[in-house]
Design a protein around this ligand. Structure first.
Ligand SMILES: [Zn+2]
Length: 156
């Protein structure tokens, strides 16, 4: 069900003022960029020594739309993110705070913004129909089909 372009779970919209307030307070918790890069290189590629790059979805696993505010739990060790507002609405409605990706208990105060995804989403280089990126071993990323435009990830 949609409401003014937002997504409604039960009776709360992801554009509800309370949800906006909660998203804004999560935005103050941006995990350090360098930490994000360590996650990427160490966790994502460590188990795959022969893989030069991986495809990473920009879609939220909760509402299956492109992520607006990239979020995950402080205890999460995966590279993928979910949308902050979609997660808040779902968790409030279901009264269950578990990460949709790793299923760890992820209460509101343990949510943070993912610096890497934020950098990608705010780069201005994504087009409306770009729903995934290719992330390279060195931390650079590119849009599939537009590899000539490989973007170096700038760590803090
Ligand atoms: Zn997780």
């Amino acid at each position: 069900m949609t409401n003014q372009g937002g997504v409604t779970f039960g009776f709360i919209s992801d554009q509800h003022p309370i949800i906006n307030d909660m998203v804004n307070s999560i935005k103050k918790m941006v995990a350090a960029h360098s930490v994000q890069k360590c996650f990427l290189v160490n966790n994502t590629f460590a188990a795959r020594p022969d893989v030069p790059n991986i495809m990473v979805s920009l879609n939220c696993p909760v509402n299956e739309r492109k992520i607006k505010v990239p979020c995950r739990g402080l205890a999460c060790t995966h590279f993928l993110c979910f949308d902050a507002a979609a997660y808040l609405v779902k968790s409030l409605c279901e009264n269950r705070w578990t990460c949709p990706l790793c299923h760890k208990w992820t209460p509101f105060h343990e949510l943070c913004i993912d610096g890497y995804f934020l950098h990608v989403l705010q780069s201005g280089l994504l087009e409306q129909l770009d729903f995934e990126i290719k992330v390279h071993r060195n931390g650079a990323w590119s849009v599939p089909g537009r590899e000539y435009q490989s973007i170096s990830y700038i760590s803090a």
